[in-house]
Design a binder for this molecule. Sequence first.
Ligand code: NAD
Length: 248
Amino acid sequence: MSKVMLVTGGSRGIGAAVAKLAARRGYAVGVNYHARPDAADAVVAEIHQAGGKALAIQADVSQEDQVLRMFRTLDERLGRIDALVNNAGILETQMRVDQMDASRLLRVLSTNVIGPFLCAREAVRRMSPRHGGQGGAIVNVSSAAARLGSPNEYVDYAASKGALDTMTIGLSKEVAPEGIRVNGVRPGTIYTDMHASGGEPGRVDRLKGVIPLRRGGSVEEVAGAVMWLFSDEAGYTSGSFIDVSGGN
Ligand code: NAD
């Protein structure tokens, strides 16, 4: 029987790369999407064409009822979850803090912190032997911004990823005795649509000069790090972070 993975925000960017790599490595993959069924269906079709198993599942991860429904669908259609990738995240337009209102921070925290919290909680409820499970692993997709702070651009986003990192550490210690490992990956500047949503499509190229490796990263380079954390080779790694940020 295939192991089961859920990738939130799996219809494009880093999430889609993780979903495809996981399917190639034998996982049955739940490809969560928020608003674009066509994009999620395309990822699922690509996995099916390559002989893998995948299912598109709609949910806004910030909404508890939708997360509960997503996990019930995963249970029924693919089986009990073994691996969760909390990848869904949002970045709003670049802005100095003196221009930001609190509603923006609440939106960012809802998707980037409450979403991963709800999904991790539902995963633990299935993975933990306390609930009849057999362990598992969770990877939270954070950001180099959690360490760097993103001054003059997105301190709200950086704060949300800092909160996610702290949750990763606390959760990892809480559930390690139950055979569940929790780790984080912190991408740096990766070529995806996220930078366009941040209001500057050419941002990756503009930042090349401050990246020690002098280039943006690919989604495959992030997906490889995520998948290593699910491998047997990472069996003694929990509460850790892999920086995939070109040396920053
Ligand atoms: P992206 O914008 O291409 O993908 C984000 C995905 O999350 C999209 O599929 C989107 O629909 C989904 N999503 C957003 N809100 C959601 C919600 N409420 N419920 C469900 N899905 C939702 O961006 P990406 O670069 O692939 O980002 C993936 C992750 O990597 C994010 O957590 C992001 O913060 C992180 N990250 C990206 C970079 C980068 O340079 N691209 C750098 C550091 C961290």
